[in-house]
Design a protein around this ligand. Structure first.
Ligand code: HEC
Length: 250
């Protein structure tokens, strides 16, 4: 059997070699076939376009967003949902914190009080997340704000994927809780560590602080001018006099 097989293999290789050579001369491959490049006009179709329009209702693979709760934050009746459509655990919240600090804190502030750096430089101040209305807003509303924007706030649908939007919503709930918790929410053990009424620090915290005093304020930070005049011509800088267009605060 073996010699026969070997002979066959040889002749196959030889044939392949010959066809390869001929292809090299005549180029009877797909590279030379008539074809349209994207957006090229065509005389074949009545509308003059070579590309055919999609049929109504065409959905790209992977884009069938049937789960309205997850993709839109809405229930079957189109109302904002009030329960998370994904499981929330510590890692989701940590991801949400990271995404929030990147995308939202420039305006809403790290604490969610609406006093981010962009706002301090003149952008419209958003409401604090700690007002009654937003504390009670369903999670679907906050998701909707990220997805579709709200008033002066643009949407973040292009920058932030659905799952990350929910992670951010979860983190906003954490921020809200952090500013509106009751002492009764603490375990007995944690409560015992609280400072006595009327005092800012527990004896334990005081000892810890005295053992390791706080670092002195960063000189670069304290010397940072309140009205920085960025030199013109610096890439990415706002340019000298960027602040002059605003009326001086007295
Ligand atoms: C460029 C500044 C800016 C950024 C960045 C920004 N927001 Fe906002 N946001 C605003 C402003 C301004 C408003 C108030 C809009 C209005 O009332 O016209 C607002 C309002 C909101 C509200 C309140 C809506 C209501 O019902 O009153 C929520 C919730 C919110 N933003 C969430 C987010 C989240 C989450 C992010 C990050 C993904 C984010 N924002 C990023 C500026 C910003």
């Amino acid at each position: 059997m073996r010699p026969v097989l070997a002979a066959r293999t040889m002749s196959t290789l030889a044939l392949a070699g010959i066809s390869f050579l001929t292809a090299g001369c005549a180029r009877l491959d797909m590279q030379d076939q008539p074809k349209y490049k994207p957006q090229r006009p065509s005389e074949f179709f009545a509308d003059g376009r070579s590309g055919r329009p999609e049929l109504d209702g065409t959905i790209a693979r992977g884009e069938l967003h049937e789960d309205a709760a997850f993709y839109e934050g809405k229930d079957a009746a189109g109302k904002d949902i009030d329960a998370f459509p994904i499981a929330i655990d510590k890692s989701v919240i940590a991801r949400g914190q990271q995404r929030y600090d990147i995308y939202c804190s420039p305006c809403h502030g790290r604490l969610g009080n609406g006093l981010g750096m962009v706002v301090q430089r003149g952008f419209k101040q958003p409401p604090s997340y700690h007002i009654e209305r937003l504390r009670n807003a369903p999670v679907g509303h906050i998701y909707d704000v990220i997805t579709n924007g709200y008033g002066a706030m643009l949407n973040y649908a292009q920058q932030i994927q659905e799952r990350d939007r929910w992670a951010i919503v979860a983190y906003i709930r954490v921020l809200q809780y952090s500013q509106n918790a009751s002492i009764n929410d603490l375990s007995a053990e944690a409560r015992a560590k609280m400072p006595p009424p009327g005092q800012a620090m527990s004896p334990e915290m005081k000892n810890a602080m005295e053992a390791e005093p706080m670092a002195s304020p960063d000189k670069d930070f304290t010397n940072f001018p309140a009205n920085p005049a960025t030199p013109a011509g610096v890439p990415g800088a706002m340019g000298a006099g960027a602040y002059k267009s605003q009326p001086e605060k007295k």
